[in-house]
Design a protein around this ligand. Structure first.
Ligand code: ATP
Length: 572
């Protein structure tokens, strides 16, 4: 909890004022029964109306102090809790932004969403409730008990008798609560995951008529959430009846023994009334406890989940730079690189060595799952190579500042990803402060300018969520334009031209030829391989051929088979 509640420190003054006012409110409440006792003993029993008036006026005055303290306490408690929640959410979001892909594999997206939404809200509410009433419950219990002893120790002893049972019971329930609410939050992760997947795959689900199947999957996840929530809440609901039972037993003992003492030993009635009043206050404080235990168990479970995210150590290793200059000899060079994904045993890339010189175009081909995307992701250090060395501009990639390295690279992933907003927003996203001219220039090169101009609103056409109102080829070209706007020295196209027709693709290569950009192109199309400077053939994570189209035609049966299969399909 420490890491999470550190974010509350900047609001320590608001919290301290809130706590002070809470204590003031509490002190007033603790004095009230004493005054009731005085009204009875000095006023009613002595038939002294003046004393009733005096103590009554003091009670009213104190009630106003309590009212004022309560209102101002809420003001400061809300400020501290809301600001804490805001800062915590920002910090978590920032953490997610800087997290490596390795860490992303550890935290599924749905779980990240729950952590940034529901978990933050639960902890934020706990802080608010803490500042409003947390200290009240225990202090009210101890304060009432202490005051009861001041008034009449003989009767107060009955109130103390149940305390050890209550304390043990509450500790056990709090521990169980943290565990059970941790499970509830994980169930919420699963529900979020299903909602997210279903919303993303809405077309697929409709096309495959899998709506009913997905609904039943959702019912199962939501049912599990309900079952575990009910289980946790039922257990928590046990707290109040048990507390009330113990308190009522003490209460009865006070009344029974008190009545006896008033009759036989002349104990003042005011003492009994005051002790009964303290017992009632203790009971209400205990019922507050049951509520607080639920809130704090949930908050503890949630803060542990956030802490895991905030403290996960996944910094990419940065090597000491030996030389800052870009030697220009080779744009990218792999030296005996092997890679396996974190927490897996199998190497998906083995002993990969090749070199691409500045401005050259390398085409990577291979069967599905042969490691093409993985290889490309190593260049901008999305993942770190397990063995071997990768050099960019003659320098080990670990020696580059991550920002500098990534600024040099335009990366177009296999799946085009567009954000909700206009086309221009999406393109300018590639480079902060890009001008309209730069956007248009990139769009022209990516062969998408004319399509954009055909839209009624041109560059200001709104793109639906994930680009739902655009064709696959349009999305791909917009993604390429977004990468080109950065004027990258290295352009990585991971099967990003698959939806383009032959003519458009040829026009794209022609436009890109004017740039001195080093290109890595994953494709299945032989036409693209023909215009590349070299072709790298991958099979099961190993290089099985490397050379120009003509060289491979002579040397590689693997390559000839690809060519023949495309000729057979009439692609050439
Ligand atoms: N996050 C991951 N964790 C573990 N293994 C992974 C992960 N991503 C990919 N793999 C495995 O790595 C291997 C190579 O995958 P990769 O996506 O690089 O292949 P690819 O050649 O690009 O395939 P495709 O042409 O189908 O996109 C596959 O066996 C895949 O199962």
């Amino acid at each position: 909890m420490k890491t999470v509640f550190r974010f509350a420190l900047p609001y320590k003054w608001s919290m301290m004022i809130a706590i002070f006012l809470m204590l003031l409110e509490l002190a007033v409440e603790l004095i009230q029964p004493l005054l009731i006792g005085k009204i009875i003993d000095e006023g009613i029993m002595q038939e002294d109306l003046g004393a009733v008036g005096l103590w009554g006026a003091v009670m009213m005055g104190l009630a106003f102090v309590a009212l004022f303290s309560g209102v101002v306490n809420s003001y400061f408690a809300s400020h501290a809790a809301q600001s804490f929640g805001f800062d915590l959410r920002q910090a978590l979001f920032k953490r997610v932004q800087t997290m490596s892909l390795t860490a992303f594999l550890r935290f599924p997206t749905s779980s990240l969403i729950t952590r940034l939404t529901s978990d933050v809200t639960l902890v934020q509410n706990a802080l608010f409730m803490g500042l409003r009433i947390m200290a009240r419950a225990p202090l009210m219990v101890f304060g009432s008990l202490a005051m009861a002893f001041v008034v009449n120790p003989k009767l107060a002893i009955f109130l103390l008798a149940g305390a050890p049972f209550l304390a043990i019971f509450l500790v056990i329930m709090a521990r169980k609560g943290v565990r059970l609410f941790g499970i509830v939050q994980r169930r919420l992760d699963s529900v979020n995951r299903l909602v997210q997947e279903n919303l993303q795959a809405v077309r697929l689900i409709k096309a495959y008529l899998r709506g009913a199947f997905e609904t039943s999957r959702f019912s199962k996840a939501a049912g599990d959430l309900k079952k575990d929530s009910v289980h946790a809440m039922r257990l928590m609901e046990l707290i109040l009846p048990v507390l009330l039972f113990i308190m009522n037993a003490s209460f009865m003992a006070v009344l029974w023994f008190g009545a006896d003492e008033v009759g036989n030993s002349g104990m003042p009635v005011g003492d009994v009334v005051a002790i009964v009043n303290y017992a009632m206050r203790m009971t209400s404080a205990f019922s507050m406890f049951s509520f607080l235990i639920v809130i704090f168990s949930r908050a503890k479970a949630s803060s542990e989940r956030m802490e895991e995210l905030l403290t996960t150590d996944d910094q990419l290793e940065v090597l000491e730079a030996t030389d800052n200059s870009y030697d220009g000899a080779s744009a990218v060079r792999f030296e005996q690189v092997s890679f396996r994904y974190p927490d897996t045993n199998e190497y998906v890339l083995q002993d990969i060595s090749f070199e691409v010189r500045p401005g050259e175009k390398l085409v990577i081909m291979g069967a599905t799952g042969s490691g093409k995307s993985t290889l490309l992701q190593l260049i901008p250090r999305m993942f770190q190579a397990t063995n071997g060395t990768i050099l960019v501009g003659g320098k080990k990639i670990g020696e580059w500042q991550l920002d500098t390295l990534r600024k040099m690279i335009g990366y177009v992933p296999q799946q085009s990803m567009l954000f909700t907003g206009t086309i221009i927003d999406n393109l300018a996203w590639g480079k902060q402060g890009a001008s309209l001219e730069e956007v248009e220039e990139a769009a022209k090169k990516a062969q998408i300018h004319q399509s954009i101009m055909r839209f009624t609103d041109g560059y200001h056409t709104r793109v639906g969520q994930k680009g739902v109102n655009l064709s696959g080829g349009q999305k791909q070209r917009l993604s390429i334009a977004r990468a080109l706007i950065r004027k990258p020295s290295i352009l990585i196209l991971d099967d990003s031209t698959s939806a383009l027709d032959v003519k458009t693709e040829a026009a794209l290569w022609e436009a890109l030829a004017e740039e001195n950009t080093t290109m890595f192109i994953v494709t299945q199309k032989i036409q693209t391989a023909q215009i590349a400077d070299s072709v790298l053939l991958l099979s099961d994570g190993k290089i099985v051929g490397h050379g120009t189209h003509d060289e491979l035609l002579n040397s590689s049966s693997f390559y000839r088979k690809i060519v023949q299969s495309q000729q057979a399909e009439g692609v050439e």
